[in-house]
Structure formats: structure tokens, C-alpha cells
Design a protein. Structure first.
Ligand code: F0G
Length: 457
């Protein structure tokens, strides 16, 4: 497989430490078999998330020194606004300190009890923000997304038939907007095609419903469009991004992903009245509209990061690095979700550990084993994250997919780190019968995976 070498060289290094198996055994036990509770210093390769974990460039670090920390009207805000508008085009751009605050502000402003928000698949914080505001979060992705073996170039696509049916069933008045998450994180980081976005827009235009994007990984989505969709090979990433957002009425964005920064986000929209309402709330919980919970220097880093992420050499390396890890694992027979998406490899825990039933959290069991055996931190995206009790029947409801996500931070780990990850997982796969199922001993009422405690069965 041709694998492009890193389009950057290393100027500053951050030492990381190898721990012993005994140390890790003790730490993971103390952590209640939950890798969120393990100190990051005791992790060798941290693939918990690609969010806020990017390495900034020399250009971004230089930008930090130009931070203007004025309370109102900082020059970095104007630069941030110009950079965001250049790509996203929306009339109003409201900074927030991260993506979920953008979601919180939006949904707490527009949702009334019983309203419905369709999405391809809601990310967990998006779902939680909809539900917390008494809305119903519906996932309407195409069926192929739930089959880890089918190759579909745009497995994140919205199912237009399901969307039309939802509108017919519930009525336009109950659907204040429709979301499309690019790329579709909870479905494996899978892209959405421009054709699907255009057709979603046409469908919603017939009903007068606004379209918003969850734009966290928009540049990675654009790269897939350029690579896979007819008619986009000769377009630049920026041109593709501009076309995507031209079909939207707004977006929420966690700049911690494709903003290439450690903190930050924003909401973009065209509706003046909505922008006024959100700004009022913003001042209450985040800050003045020209900083929105961020320092001036953070806004500068986002302004620069958003332009850097459009670089095709960078994106080619980025997508190829993830794909290369997927290929190494496949070569060893390890079951993964296919095709490989933009920011992560998803191990198929049901197939990795067929001897553990879903009610004994095979995804979490695999995550724990990966830390204990190799010092690698991944995250479960399965029964622990999404399992819940049906509010009507009280029965346990389990998600279709039981995954372990290896999210790759941007510009952080080298190819040799990826080889280490692949070899460690291949070894674990050979000894998979030794891994045991888990049971919950503590869970919080919402987003339980962050703080849950478990023990081995
Ligand atoms: N939407 C998507 C698709 C996300 O992946 C995330 C975060 C958010 C919204 C919320 O953004 O963290 O800045 O508040 N995803 C991270 C992850 C946490 O690990 O996938 P945030």
C-alpha cells in the first residue's frame, strides 16, 4: 500500500512514558474499568479522541502571541470571523468554547417539548442536548451504515425516504430543523456525499424546514467527496466546503477537530432573529459575542487552523494514516468497520469477542484489555455509551453496533506509533478468549459512559 510520508517535521517533542503491565492493571482497577478515569500520563498512545488533541503548527503558535485580550472587539475575533465566513459563508458567526455549547445554545433556544430533530446519526452530546431540551433525536442514516461489512462510498448519507416519512408522520410544525453530521462520527466517521446534501436540501425546501450541519470534521468529509464523488476531482477543498455550506441555514462546529486547535467552537447561521436570541443566551453563559468563552489567542489559532486544514497534502496524509492503520489490522484478520472513515478505526467488538454477549459490554471489555495489555487508550462506542432502558417497557435497549473507536489525533503520532498499535491489537486478537465480560456497578442518569464504574464478571 502506498502511504504518504508526513507533510511536516517535528520542532517540539512531548515525552511519553511506557508503563508496566502491573502498573496498568492497578490503575485500570482503581479507575473502575473505565479508561476515562485513568491519568493521561499513564497512557502510551492515547486514541481516546481526535478532539482537542491536535498538534498546532508553528503558524498557529505564532498566532497565540498576537492574542488581543480586549473584552470587546478583539482583532482576533475579526480575523476569526473572516476565516470562518470565507469557508462557511453564514451571516452570523457566534464563538463558543466548544461544540456542545453551540448545540446547547441552539437547542435550548429552538426546541419545545415533543419537537423532533432528525440527523443522519446524532453524536452523543448532540443527542443529549436535544433530549435534555425535551426533544426527540431521530437517526435517519441509510441502512448500509449499520452493516460493518458493506462498502458504500458515502455511508454517512441521510436516508431521504426515512426523512420524508418522518416529516409526513410528525408534521412540519414539529421539526424546527434537520441536521447532517459531517463526517458521521457515531456511524464510523463516514462521509456524506454532496449529492445527498443537495437532495436533502431540495426535500427540506419543499417543506420549508431549515438544514443545519454538525460540521466538526467538514474538511475530512470534503476530502472524501473530492476522492470519491463524480465531478469533484478538480475542485479545491475550499470550493467543496463552500458548496456544502451553501445548502445550509447554519451549523454547529467543534473547532477541536478540523479547526486543528485544543479548544473552541462556533455556531453559524443566516437567520437574524435566531442569532439575536442565541446571542442573548451566549452572554449569559459564555461571554461577550466577540469572544464567546475563548481567549483572543484561541480565536487566532482557530482562524489559522481552519485555513490550514484545507491543505490537500495535509488531508491526503491524514486520511491515509487512518487508512494505513486499518489496512495493517485487516492484514492480521482483525474485524473492523469498513470502509475506514476519516478520523478513526472502529474495531467490531461483537466479532472480536463473540464469546461475550452484548449485555456484558464486549466493547468496554476490549477497551479495558487494550489499555491493560498495551497502554493504548481507545473508547467504547456501543452498549455502555448508547444502551438504555426503554421508557415505556423498561426493557434494555442495545445499539446495533458495538464498536471500539481508535481515534487518531491530528499531526500527533508517527507511522511507527501506528505500527505499535496494529501489532498490539493483533496480539490481543490472538489471545481474545482470555478477555472476560463486564457488569456495571455505577451509572449516571445521562452520558453514563464518562463516569460509569464496572467490574469483571
Ligand atoms: N458533534 C460531533 C460529531 C462530535 O464528534 C463532537 C465531539 C461534538 C459534536 C461535540 O463537540 O466535544 O467540542 O463539545 N466529539 C468528541 C469525540 C468528543 O471524541 O468524538 P465538543
Amino acid at each position: 500500500m502506498f502511504f504518504p510520508s508526513e507533510p511536516f517535521r517535528i520542532k517540539v517533542v512531548e515525552p511519553i512514558r511506557r508503563t508496566t503491565r502491573e502498573e496498568r492493571e492497578k490503575l485500570i482497577k482503581e479507575a473502575g474499568l473505565n479508561v476515562f478515569n485513568v491519568p493521561a500520563e499513564a497512557i502510551y498512545v492515547d486514541l481516546l479522541t481526535d478532539s482537542g488533541t491536535s498538534a498546532m503548527s508553528d503558524n498557529q503558535w505564532a498566532g497565540l502571541m498576537l492574542g488581543d485580550e480586549s473584552y470587546a472587539g478583539s482583532k482576533n475575533y475579526y480575523h476569526f470571523e473572516e476565516s470562518v465566513r470565507d469557508i462557511f459563508g453564514f451571516t452570523h458567526i457566534i464563538p463558543t468554547h466548544q461544540g456542545r455549547v453551540a448545540e446547547n445554545l441552539l437547542f435550548s433556544t429552538i426546541l419545545e417539548k415533543g419537537m423532533i430533530v432528525p440527523n443522519n446519526i446524532h453524536f452523543d452530546t448532540t443527542r443529549a442536548n436535544v433530549e435534555y431540551n425535551k426533544g426527540l433525536a431521530l437517526d435517519l442514516v441509510i441502512d448500509e451504515a449499520y452493516d460493518p461489512h458493506i462498502f458504500h462510498p458515502f455511508k454517512g448519507n441521510m436516508d431521504l425516504h426515512k426523512l420524508e416519512q418522518t416529516i409526513q408522520q410528525h408534521g412540519v410544525h414539529r421539526i424546527p430543523l434537520v441536521f447532517i453530521t459531517i463526517t458521521n462520527n457515531s456511524g464510523g466517521g463516514q462521509p456524506v456525499s454532496l449529492q445527498n446534501i443537495r437532495e436533502t436540501r431540495q426535500l427540506l425546501d419543499r417543506h420549508g424546514i431549515p438544514l443545519f450541519f454538525d460540521a466538526c470534521r467538514f474538511a475530512e468529509n470534503c476530502y472524501f467527496i473530492k476522492e470519491r464523488e463524480e465531478g469533484y476531482r478538480d475542485k479545491s477543498i475550499k470550493e467543496i466546503a463552500r458548496e456544502i455550506f451553501s445548502y445550509g441555514d447554519g451549523c454547529t462546529m467543534s473547532a477541536k477537530k478540523d479547526g486543528l486547535v485544543n479548544i473552541g467552537g462556533f455556531i453559524g447561521m443566516n437567520n437574524d432573529e435566531l442569532a439575536d436570541k442565541i446571542t442573548t443566551r451566549l452572554i449569559l453563559i459564555e461571554g461577550f459575542p466577540t469572544y464567546g468563552g475563548l481567549a483572543g489567542r484561541d480565536l487566532e489559532a482557530i482562524a489559522r487552523g481552519l485555513q490550514e486544514v484545507l491543505n490537500e497534502d495535509y488531508l491526503h496524509f491524514r486520511i491515509s494514516q487512518v487508512r494505513h492503520l486499518g489496512q495493517m489490522l485487516e492484514d492480521e484478520g482483525v474485524p473492523i468497520l469498513k470502509p475506514v472513515g476519516g478520523h478513526a478505526i472502529y474495531l467490531n467488538a461483537k466479532e472480536f469477542l463473540p464469546h461475550i454477549s452484548q449485555r456484558q459490554f464486549p466493547g468496554q471489555a476490549l477497551t479495558v484489555a487494550l489499555y491493560r495489555e498495551a497502554g493504548i487508550r481507545a473508547v467504547e462506542i456501543g452498549g455502555l455509551m448508547f444502551g438504555h432502558k426503554d421508557p415505556h417497557t423498561g426493557e434494555d435497549v442495545w445499539p446495533e453496533l458495538e464498536m471500539v473507536r481508535l481515534a487518531i489525533p491530528r499531526r500527533v503520532y508517527t507511522t511507527q506509533h501506528m505500527v505499535y498499535v496494529a501489532e498490539s491489537i493483533a496480539k490481543l486478537y490472538k489471545e481474545r478468549e482470555k478477555i472476560r465480560g463486564l457488569r456495571l456497578v455505577y451509572q449516571a442518569p445521562v452520558l453514563r459512559h464518562f463516569t460509569a464504574r464496572l467490574e469483571e464478571v
